[in-house]
Design a protein around this ligand. Structure first.
Ligand SMILES: Nc1ncnc2c1ncn2[C@@H]1O[C@H](COP(=O)(O)OP(=O)(O)O)[C@@H](O)[C@H]1O
Ligand SMILES: [Mg+2]
Length: 288
């Protein structure tokens, strides 16, 4: 179980050039182990930059990243440990697939962990089956895969490392709705079974609503942080950052604007139905 602490994390791209850009700005964040954290924010708010620090892919310009209290840049061994314990699936999985075959790609992480060959083989097959990638793709080049299959292969490669922290940048982009739901269910189940930590970067507010905690970023900083009900209760602030609301929260907001007394923090369809039924009863309507 790994807690992650970001202290004063700052990342400046192209420092000292006309293209200088502060992507992360003195950000503090503690992520408790065993939770699903949704990281949300408009394009360019710094989400991908932030998660690239969690497995030591990017080095902070200032500040520290602590994994169970240890600076992940303290030594080469610490960097290696972070790469093995924190599995990151990036936004564009095609950049993460570079081996000649799909099998070799999924095997890359566990091989690096110096696991015996039989164990690597077992993990590759298990991870591929888990994400719904048929073994007939194993000998193909990752370049021959469709967008959705590439994403599944990249996710399988990270799951095969059995990380303690799983970080997914827009995990369901490029998948059809049924595939999206199926993959999400599996990822949530995977996290629960291992009591691992999951960090989901997403634009999809329905996915965000299923997380334990939401962190909203704007211009490299955290602007909202709390349980989904707390964050969605701040609908105006969320909309101001260029984000959407889950459909039920939107409807609740519209009803409130029209003077209907729907409680703040309603964001699921169930909650909305219950709130409307409550109102109906209070106004003397017949129970359904
Ligand atoms: N490699 C890079 N070089 C220069 N600027 C970058 C680079 N990657 C991202 N940026 C800039 O940093 C900011 C944050 O980007 P990013 O972390 O990708 O945000 P998000 O994932 O929330 O869309 C944006 O202004 C983006 O243009
Ligand atoms: Mg991004």
């Amino acid at each position: 179980m790994k807690s992650i602490e970001l202290r004063g994390l700052t990342h400046v791209y192209s420092r000292g050039t006309p293209f200088e850009k502060t992507a992360i700005d003195r950000l503090d964040l503690t992520i408790e182990p065993g939770m699903t954290l949704g990281l949300i924010g408009h394009t360019g708010s710094g989400k991908s930059t932030l998660i690239s620090h969690l497995n030591a892919l990017l080095k902070p310009t200032a500040g520290t990243v602590l994994l169970d209290g240890e600076d992940i840049f303290a030594s080469k061994a610490a960097i290696r440990a972070a790469r093995s314990r924190v599995g990151v699936v990036f936004q564009y999985p095609e950049y993460q697939l570079f081996e000649e075959t799909v099998f070799a790609d999924i095997a890359y992480g566990p091989k690096n962990q110096k696991l015996p060959e039989a164990e690597v083989d077992r993990r590759v097959r298990e991870a591929a089956a888990f994400v719904g990638l048929d073994e007939r793709y194993f000998d193909k080049s990752p370049l021959e895969l469709s967008g959705g299959q590439k994403r599944r292969a990249a996710i399988a490669g990270v799951l095969a490392m059995e990380p303690e922290v799983l970080v997914l940048d827009e995990p369901t982009a490029g998948l059809d709705p049924a595939g999206r739901e199926d993959l999400l269910e599996k990822l949530f189940a995977w996290r629960r079974a291992r009591a691992a930590t999951a960090i989901l970067v997403t634009h999809d507010m329905t996915i965000a609503g299923r997380c334990d905690r939401l962190v909203v970023m704007e211009a490299g900083r955290v602007v909202l942080d709390g349980a989904p009900a707390e964050v969605f209760a701040r609908g105006d602030r969320l909309l101001a950052t260029g984000l959407d609301l889950p459909p039920a929260a939107h409807i609740a907001r519209l009803l409130r604007e029209r003077g209907v007394d729907v409680p703040a923090g309603v964001y699921t369809e169930d909650q909305l139905c219950r709130a409307v039924l409550d109102l109906w009863r209070r106004k003397g309507g017949v129970p359904c």
